[in-house]
Each structure stands twice: as structure tokens, then as C-alpha cells.
Design a protein around this ligand. Structure first.
Ligand SMILES: Cc1cc2nc3c(=O)[nH]c(=O)nc-3n(C[C@H](O)[C@H](O)[C@H](O)COP(=O)(O)OP(=O)(O)OC[C@H]3O[C@@H](n4cnc5c(N)ncnc54)[C@H](O)[C@@H]3O)c2cc1C
Length: 405
């Protein structure tokens, strides 16, 4: 055991955990526990790489506020560190006249969330083809503030800066137990016990389990939702200039399959949103029987209520996951020329999606404090949390300071 307890320990070496640790390390002594041998190996290392504009989130929500603030902070950080990124905009395509009626509400939402009029334009089908010559739609919303970056690289810079401030990254260190003693929190891990004045749980897919370890019955449970990607083959990648998106599906926190030209100039197609049978279930056939038992037994009634609410979407996603033909048909709604042969399987990420006790998918970020004020739990930080990571880090640090005074 180290001689002196840490002021703070963050569990989880993803974008959110590292940005929080970086912010707090400017004033306090801290460490990050990461169970893998490397940082950013889960959501942060398996996402779409989009710097979100904030247009998709209801005005006044934490997602809208922290995404817009985080985007500005992120762009400053990327400039300062010389990390490659591009802001080349996206189009949100309305396929029909009926859908086009929804464009105005997204336009207004974008303005409310602080996007300027110059960066937002409702355009017709012909103007859409000037921006994306191979896309087809009745109308579209062009959003100029969307960009792309490699979040694994961003996370590595957060980690370096944190270490330069004196912070410790304890990788290959899995948290397995939490105890309170002498006004301190004792963290039992696979590499020893660490003591801290404040615990910050940024455990992504396992954040609910870590909250339980800390004696908190979290208001939500985390369900793993796999997002599978294809990429366009080299010969067909000319079909997409920047980013082509459908309109968001009302009442679902995910955007349906979209096309994104990444910072390394590949066109990623996806992700879909399939219920996974393991928290880190990256493969279609990955099953973790222990975790499945937890879903079906411990999550009663959350899990069953969720299945009941979303069974139709869940079934369709499951079928689309196994059928490249159906996946291609979804892509063709945005770019009709794309054929099955143009798509190569790319890989998957698993979203940590919070589900509330009534079985509904939680749309906004969720932060929960323990009653004794000794731990803070980030219980829902799905997309756009990578974009928002620096703003989330500041927000948590601000609240953590009062606990550390
Ligand atoms: C398919 C997909 C596409 C996405 N696209 C975008 C996008 O384009 N733009 C965007 O802004 N966001 C996107 N997101 C969301 C974004 O990636 C996440 O919101 C963000 O990475 C969350 O970061 P995190 O630090 O909370 O979680 P993670 O990156 O998952 O990190 C959590 C860490 O905690 C560690 N951990 C868990 N349990 C323990 C334990 N017991 N002990 C020690 N360590 C532990 C894990 O190993 C992991 O490294 C996407 C996500 C997915 C899955």
C-alpha cells in the first residue's frame, strides 16, 4: 500500500475518466485505475470518431450543454497539441416531404444549442447533391460544425498531460472491492489496495457494478448495446465526401446507420444498435453467462420492461446484424449506389447504455453522488461523451472540489 492516500482516484481510463483526472490533477494528487493493459480500449477506442455539433440533443439537457462546451474545449485542445482533426460538416437527410417537416425543429434546436446561422442550412435535394453528389433526399439540414478525430489519440494526450501533472496511471489494475475505513475509501484491486479521499467512477460498461461495490443502488442499470461498423472499400469510398446521416429516430438515444469519412480517410458505415449478451461483447456470438444471469435475474424488472418496450426495434436490429443485405438496404436509403460488395466488415464498439427502472433508455448523461459524498458515479456517458469529455471533466472537477476541500 502506498504511504499517502490519494486525494482522488478515477476508475476507468477512457476519455471521460482521463479528462476528469487531468482536470483534477491541476490541483490534487490522483491516480487512474484501468483494468486493461492499455487505456482507451473500450468505448473510447471503438467509436465513430465524430466531433458532434450538439444539434441532436434537446436544448437545456446536459448532453446539449456539455457537448457544445466540450466541442469548443476539444478543438482548442486539438490545436494546442497538434492532434489531427477535421471540421467538414455533415448532412442530415430527409427522405420524404413528411420527414422534411422535421428539419425545421432540428434547425431551431441547433440554434438554441448555440450553433450559428452560418453553420446551419436547410437545403433542397439539388443542394444536397452539390455537397454529397451520391446521396439522395427530398431535403436536408447541413451542419457545418461537425468534425472528425481519433479519440484513442486524444485519450493518450489526456493521459500524458495527467502524468506530467504528477498523476499515476495504474493500468492492468482492476477494481474488485471497495471498503470505507478511517474516513478514507479503500480500493481493493488486482494489484493491491489503494486509499483515496474521493472515488470517481468512470467505469463505462461496468459503472453500475462499481456503484454497487460502493454500496450505492444506482437509479439505472447499464445494458451493453453493440454498434457494428462496415467500411466502404477503397474503390467505392468516393461515394461519400464527409458525413451523411439520417434524421434521428424519435425517443431513441442512437442515430441510425450513417456514413462518416474518418480522420484516416476511410468511410465508416454504421453503427447499428444490437443488444449484446456480454458487457464487452464485441463479437456477434459473444456471451458472458454470468453477466446474462445478472441481466435476467438481478435486473428484474428493468431488463424485462426494456425488452417489452423495445422488442420490435431489438428484433429488427438483431436481424439486420446478421443480414448484410438488410444492412446494405439501410445504407442505400442514404446513398442508393452502395451495394453489398462495397461494404467490408470493420468491427464493433459496445455502448454503455443506461436503462431506467421503467425500462426506458436514458437519454441524458447521469451523474450520481454517494450519500456520504465520498464517491461520484458517472452512470450514463454514451455519445456524445467523447466530444464532451473535457467539459464533463471540468463539470465533475467543479463538483469534486467541494468534496475535497
Ligand atoms: C459504437 C460507438 C460509437 C460512438 N461514436 C461516438 C462519436 O462519434 N462521438 C462521440 O463523441 N462519442 C461517441 N461514442 C461514445 C463515446 O465513445 C463514449 O461516450 C466515451 O468514449 C465514454 O468514455 P468513458 O471514459 O466513459 O468510457 P470507456 O471508454 O468505456 O472507459 C471506461 C473504462 O473503464 C474501465 N473499467 C471498467 N471497469 C473497471 C474496473 N473494475 N477496474 C478498472 N477499470 C475498469 C474499462 O476497461 C474502460 O477502459 C460512441 C460509442 C460507441 C460504442
Amino acid at each position: 500500500m502506498e504511504r499517502k492516500p490519494y486525494d482522488f482516484v478515477v476508475v476507468g481510463g477512457g476519455a471521460v475518466g482521463l479528462s476528469t483526472a487531468l482536470e483534477l490533477s491541476k490541483e490534487y494528487r490522483g491516480a487512474v485505475l484501468e483494468k486493461e493493459s492499455e487505456i482507451a480500449t473500450h468505448q473510447t477506442g471503438h467509436n465513430s470518431g465524430v466531433i458532434h455539433s450538439g444539434i441532436n440533443y434537446p436544448a437545456g439537457s446536459d448532453k446539449a450543454r456539455l457537448c457544445v462546451e466540450g466541442r469548443t474545449l476539444l478543438l482548442e485542445y486539438l490545436e494546442q497539441k497538434g492532434i489531427p482533426y477535421k471540421v467538414s460538416g455533415k448532412v442530415m437527410v430527409a427522405k420524404t416531404e413528411e420527414e422534411s417537416e422535421r428539419l425545421n425543429s432540428y434547425y431551431q434546436q441547433g440554434l438554441q444549442n448555440g450553433i450559428s446561422e452560418q453553420e446551419l442550412k436547410i437545403i433542397d435535394g439539388d443542394q444536397l447533391r452539390e455537397i454529397e453528389p451520391h446521396s439522395q433526399g427530398f431535403a436536408a439540414l447541413w451542419v457545418g460544425t461537425t468534425g472528425v478525430v481519433d479519440y484513442s489519440q486524444v485519450a493518450r494526450f489526456y493521459a500524458l498531460d495527467f502524468q506530467q501533472n504528477g498523476g499515476k496511471i495504474l493500468s492492468g489494475t482492476k477494481l474488485v472491492g471497495i471498503k470505507q475505513q478511517d474516513n478514507l475509501t479503500y480500493l481493493e484491486t488486482t494489484t493491491g489496495t489503494y486509499r483515496t479521499r474521493l472515488l470517481i467512477n468512470c467505469g463505462g460498461l461496468y459503472a453500475d457494478m462499481i456503484a454497487l461495490m460502493a454500496g450505492i443502488i444506482p437509479s439505472i442499470r447499464i445494458i451493453p448495446v453493440r454498434g457494428e461498423f462496415y467500411s466502404l472499400t477503397d474503390v467505392s469510398s468516393y461515394l461519400v465526401n464527409n458525413s451523411i446521416n439520417p434524421l434521428p429516430i424519435p425517443n431513441l438515444p442512437f442515430v441510425d446507420i450513417h456514413l462518416t469519412r474518418t480522420i484516416d480517410d476511410q468511410v465508416k458505415v454504421g453503427p447499428n444498435a444490437v443488444l449484446a449478451f456480454a458487457k464487452e461483447g464485441y463479437g456477434k456470438r459473444d456471451i458472458n453467462p454470468r453477466e446474462m444471469l445478472l441481466y435476467t435475474l438481478l435486473l428484474i424488472p428493468t431488463f424485462y420492461r426494456m425488452c417489452w418496450r423495445y422488442w420490435r426495434v431489438g428484433r429488427d436490429e438483431f436481424i439486420r446484424s446478421f443480414s448484410k443485405k438488410i444492412f446494405t438496404q439501410s445504407v442505400q436509403k442514404l446513398v442508393p449506389e452502395i451495394e453489398e460488395k462495397d461494404l467490408e466488415y470493420y468491427g464493433a464498439g459496445v455502448r454503455a447504455q443506461a436503462v431506467s427502472s421503467d425500462g426506458s433508455l436514458v437519454n441524458d448523461f447521469v451523474f450520481e453522488w454517494s450519500k456520504d459524498g465520498k464517491s461520484l458515479h458517472v452512470l450514463n456517458a454514451p455519445s456524445p461523451a467523447a466530444t464532451a469529455s473535457l467539459a464533463i471533466g471540468r463539470y465533475i472537477a467543479q463538483r469534486a472540489r467541494s468534496a475535497l476541500e
